[in-house]
Ligand binder design. Sequence first.
Ligand SMILES: Cc1cc2nc3c(=O)[nH]c(=O)nc-3n(C[C@H](O)[C@H](O)[C@H](O)COP(=O)(O)O)c2cc1C
Length: 192
Amino acid sequence: MPDGGALIVGIGGSTSAASVTNLLLRACLDAAAARGARTVAFTGDELAELPIFDANVDIAAPAAAALVAAVRDADAVIIATPGYHGGMSGLVKNAIDHLEPLRGDVRPYLDGRAVGVIVSASGWQACGTTLVSVRSAIHALRGWPTPFGVTVNSAEQHPAADGTFDESITGALQILATQLTDFAGWRAAARA
Ligand SMILES: Cc1cc2nc3c(=O)[nH]c(=O)nc-3n(C[C@H](O)[C@H](O)[C@H](O)COP(=O)(O)O)c2cc1C
């Protein structure tokens, strides 16, 4: 971990103008920054600029260069997605597929990084199934899903007009941010 704190890269959200997932991701990154982390976010509109991943032609798509470089340098990652049809959205899955150039790295894919998951869905069932689907992808990419995941039922739990969340959600995001920064610190100490 370089001087200046762990680098935590947030990926996710949606292209909705009032995306709850974007807000949750930003709030969790802010909580990590308050704990000394450096943060970078790739939210819905940026992810929408990515072409559909094609292993034949886009193995290192220029539009994904900043995302790939950030994850390559990351000490921890957050993946935030709305629940679409019981799983992560295509937008977020496409972004994950664009991490394929990391395959041959010394730290392949998400190896050695704690990865937190945030889900918003309009029902509890999709909150749970989507959380599991994202964690399965993280396992496939050799990442370390944090013990705690944040799920928000957007039909019942609404952000305030200024985009902030109530104490229960803020507290959950704090726990996730703490687990990410703690893990990054433990890894750095083990390497030193
Ligand atoms: C295409 C689509 C599929 C969805 N599928 C589900 C679903 O299976 N279960 C569910 O609870 N909510 C579903 N939702 C609702 C979203 O998960 C929910 O509104 C979420 O909070 C949207 O996040 P956002 O505000 O970041 O876009 C779906 C929404 C869309 C647009």
